[in-house]
Design a protein around this ligand. Structure first.
Ligand code: UDP
Length: 383
């Protein structure tokens, strides 16, 4: 089966990293078409996945855009659309991995007579998207032959927004647990590089954006024992510079300059996670899936996650991690302090999480689930 994957982003966010794992088994028979150039293209190339940047201009529709702004962007879409339609004719199906890719993919699917699959990596709720964007996404997604939701939470929100349940299947992100086994000497070296020996190091791994809640961790840190320090790993991928400035200000105001470090975007996540004592996830709005939560588990690190959306499907409180109320820094500080004090109990929970996560999110199994869904669809359209 020849697949044309479409993704609007040149930057490697969670949806893009997931796509690398999905496209890998098809690399001899697929193309990833991007609507913008960037580090994601380089990552695909490193993984020997054929990639082509189909547009030189980025599409100016944001999550909160109005209908008029959406319409105005149509002019930019036409040359891209023409290219996608022409390319799609060489493939058996179109696999849209993001919302703008869905819109372009749906029109191309109609014009090239190729079935459309949509991988839904978002929670289509008012917290995340304007009403216009939700309406467009659901209307267009309902024309797809298959919607793959990255969690039950994403599927539920899709259906509540008017999405068709009968075309929607839930498939979690897959991970290769080998990539998260880091040897002790490397862990020691990374900790030295971070200058955090003798500290209780809390890691936060996410792009810097208000809803990812880095400010909640900083606020919590103030309420934790002095030995608790934090690294914030990630960058403002989508222009959230104002938030970054606010975080720096907050750190100065709270006098935490010596306890928080910004590491920027990094591609050595397993090494960095393994060098931490604890990983926290602090999203203030429901997380569609939460790759970082599973990655922390695979590194054998205890994880505290904000109790909403997909995170609730990944973490069972006290069994394979900890859940806290989103936005509640005091509660977060309490759980961080408990993890520090009850280290052997916490280590047992982390070790259990590592074993179960490596089975539950095994990339080979997950890819098999996707392959079966695509094969069924392929058969159906050929009949
Ligand atoms: N990530 C990364 N480098 C960074 C920060 C994050 O590679 O500096 C990765 C992280 O390991 C995870 C992904 O980006 O695999 C983020 O996915 P998640 O589902 O947690 O959030 P999203 O970005 O999709 O909202």
């Amino acid at each position: 089966m020849k697949i044309l994957f479409l993704d609007q982003s040149g930057k490697p966010g969670g949806a893009e990293l997931c796509l690398i794992d999905i496209a890998k088994p098809y690399r001899d028979n697929c193309l990833v078409g991007l609507f913008a150039d960037g580090d994601f293209r380089t990552l695909l190339e490193k993984n020997h996945i054929p990639v082509q940047v189909l547009s030189t201009k980025s599409i100016q529709v944001r999550k909160e855009s109005s209908f008029a702004q959406g319409l105005a962007s149509l002019g930019q879409l036409l040359p891209l659309l023409a290219k996608v339609v022409q390319t799609a004719r060489k493939y058996d199906l179109i696999y849209a991995n993001t919302q703008k890719a869905l819109v372009v993919g749906a029109i191309a699917s109609f014009l090239s007579d190729r079935p459309l699959v949509y991988h839904l990596h978002d929670i289509l709720s008012p917290e995340h998207f304007s009403q216009t964007n939700r309406r467009i996404a659901v209307t267009v997604a309902n024309r797809a032959s298959l919607v793959i939701a990255n969690s039950q939470a994403s599927k539920t929100a899709f259906i509540e927004a008017g999405g068709r349940a009968n075309i929607t299947a839930v498939v979690y992100n897959g991970f290769d647990s080998k990539n998260y086994q880091i040897d002790e000497s490397m862990i020691h070296q990374t900790r030295q590089e971070l200058g955090q020996e003798g500290k209780f190091l809390v890691g936060h791994f996410s792009r810097l954006a208000p809803w990812k809640g880095q400010h909640i961790l900083i606020e919590a840190l103030r309420q934790c024992p002095q030995e608790v320090t934090a690294v914030l790993v990630g960058d403002a991928l989508f222009g959230e510079q104002e938030y970054v400035q606010k975080l720096h200000q907050q750190i100065v105001t709270l006098g935490l300059e010596n306890r928080v470090k910004f590491l920027g975007f990094r591609s050595d996540i397993p090494q960095l996670m393994s060098a931490c004592d604890l990983i926290v996830h602090t999203s203030t709005a429901a997380e569609p899936f939460g790759r970082v939560i599973v990655e922390a588990m695979l590194c054998g690190k205890p994880v505290i996650a904000a109790k909403a959306g997909g995170a609730v499907e990944l973490v069972e409180h006290g069994v394979n991690g900890f859940l806290v109320t989103p936005g509640e820094s005091q509660e977060l500080a309490q759980v961080i302090s408990t993890c520090l004090q009850e280290s052997s109990k916490t280590a047992k929970i982390a070790s259990h999480a590592r074993t179960t996560a490596s089975q539950r999110f095994d990339v080979t199994n997950i890819n098999q689930q996707i392959a079966e869904l695509l094969a069924k669809l392929h058969q159906r359209v050929r009949q």
